[in-house]
Design a protein around this ligand. Structure first.
Ligand code: FAQ
Length: 310
C-alpha cells in the first residue's frame, strides 16, 4: 500500500496540485517542510528585533506608526507560519524551544545590528525586497497551507518594501548628511541581503530534492540573480550605489554580473558567530520566559472552561 500512496503523492506533485495536511506524504517531504517553515517562522519572529530597536526613537509620529505596523505584521507572519508547521504535526512550543536552544536556524540577515534610522529604510527596501523575491514563487509551493500563507505574507511584504523605499527617497532628498547615512547603510546591508538566498547552488544540499518535491520553485542562485537585476534600477532611481566593483551589465546573459559574497562570513553567522546572534536569542528567550504566566493563565482558563462545560 505504501507504494500506491507514494504513486498518488508523485502524481499530485507532477500534476502541479497541492498536497494537503491530511494527505499521505513521504517522511522526508514532511521533515523538509517542517524545517523550512519553522526556520521561516523563526526568521519573522527574530526579524522583529532589528527594526523594533528603533520604535522608541522613530523621527516622527508618522514614521513610528508605519514602523509599528510593519513589526506587528512580522509577528503575524511568524504566527501564521507556526500554524502551517502545526498542520504537519509539529508542536509550536517544541519549535520555540528549539529556536532558543539554538537547535533550529533563522535567517542570517537578522544577526546584523541596526545602527542608524536609515537601516529601517534599507531593511524595508533590500531585506523585504529579497524576501519578496524568494517568497512570491513559494505561493506556488506544493504544500497547500504554506503556499496559501505566502499569498498574504507577500502582500504585506510589498507594503514593507515600499515603506522602506519611500523612507530612503525622503532621506535622499534631504541633506548631504542624510544622503551619506543612506549610502553607508546600503553599503552594510547589500552583501548580507545577497546571502539571504542561501549558499550557492553547488553547495546547497537541500535544493535538488526540494525542487523535485515542488517545495522550492527556483534555486538559490536563480533568485539571487533575479534580486540583483531588480535592485539595480531601484538603486539608480534612489541615487545610491552598491559596494561591488564587479557589478556590470552582461549583454550576452541579459543580466548583471556581480561579485561573490563572502561565504565564510555567511557560514560564521549561520553557526551563531554574527554580531548580534547572542543578543537576538537572549531577547527571544527572555520574552518567552516573561510570558510563561500568560501561557499558564490561558491553560488554567481553558481547563476551567472545559470542566464547566462537562
Ligand atoms: N540564513 O540547502 P540550502 C523574512 C541554511 S525573510 C540562515 O540551500 P534550503 C521577512 C539552510 O536552512 C527570511 N540559514 O537550504 C522579514 C540549510 O540548513 P539546514 C526568511 C540559511 O532550505 C523581512 C543550509 O543553510 N525567509 O523573514 C540561510 O533549501 C524583514 C543549506 O542551505 C525564509 O525562510 C540563511 N540565509 O534553502 C522579516 C524563506 N540560507 O536546515 C522581518 C523560506 C540557507 O539544512 C524583517 N526559506 N540556510 O541545517 C527558503 O526559501 C529556503 O529555506 C532558503 C534556503 C532559500 C532560505
Amino acid at each position: 500500500p505504501e507504494e500506491a500512496l507514494l504513486q498518488e503523492f508523485d502524481h499530485t506533485i507532477d500534476a502541479g496540485q497541492r498536497v494537503e495536511p491530511r494527505d499521505w506524504m513521504p517522511d522526508g517531504y514532511r521533515k523538509t517542510l517542517i524545517r523550512q517553515i519553522a526556520q521561516h517562522a523563526h526568521s519573522e519572529i527574530i526579524g522583529m528585533q532589528p527594526e523594533g530597536n528603533w520604535l522608541t526613537r522613530a523621527p516622527s509620529l508618522r514614521r513610528k506608526a508605519i514602523l509599528m505596523a510593519k513589526v506587528q505584521d512580522e509577528a503575524g507572519h511568524g504566527l501564521y507560519l507556526y500554524s502551517a508547521a502545526e498542520t504537519l504535526g509539529a508542536d509550536r512550543s517544541d519549535l520555540t524551544e528549539k529556536l532558543i536552544e539554538g537547535k533550529q536556524k533563522y535567517s542570517s540577515i537578522f544577526n546584523y545590528p541596526t545602527l542608524t534610522y536609515a537601516d529601517v529604510g534599507t531593511i524595508g527596501w533590500l531585506v523585504d525586497g529579497a524576501a519578496i523575491c524568494n517568497q512570491v514563487p513559494l505561493c506556488r509551493s506544493s504544500f497547500g497551507p504554506y503556499a496559501r500563507a505566502m499569498i498574504r505574507v507577500c502582500k504585506e511584504e510589498s507594503f514593507h518594501q515600499r515603506q522602506g523605499f519611500e523612507l530612503l527617497t525622503k532621506m535622499m532628498r534631504g541633506t548631504d548628511e542624510q544622503r551619506a547615512m543612506v549610502q553607508e547603510s546600503v553599503n552594510r546591508w547589500w552583501w548580507p541581503a545577497l546571502m539571504m538566498f542561501g549558499p550557492p547552488d553547488d553547495e546547497s544540499p537541500n535544493t535538488e530534492q526540494s525542487m523535485k518535491w515542488g517545495i522550492k520553485r527556483h534555486t538559490n542562485d536563480e533568485l539571487r540573480q533575479r534580486f540583483v537585476d531588480m535592485s539595480i534600477p531601484q538603486a539608480k532611481a534612489l541615487g545610491v550605489t552598491f559596494p561591488d566593483p564587479d557589478l556590470k551589465w552582461n549583454a550576452n546573459r541579459k543580466s548583471h554580473d556581480f561579485g561573490e559574497p563572502d561565504w565564510s562570513e555567511f557560514l560564521a553567522v549561520v553557526k551563531g558567530n554574527g554580531t548580534s546572534n547572542i543578543e537576538r536569542i537572549a531577547n527571544r528567550r527572555a520574552a518567552h520566559e516573561d510570558g510563561a504566566w500568560v501561557r499558564e493563565a490561558a491553560m488554567a482558563f481553558a481547563a476551567r472552561d472545559k470542566k464547566a462545560a462537562s
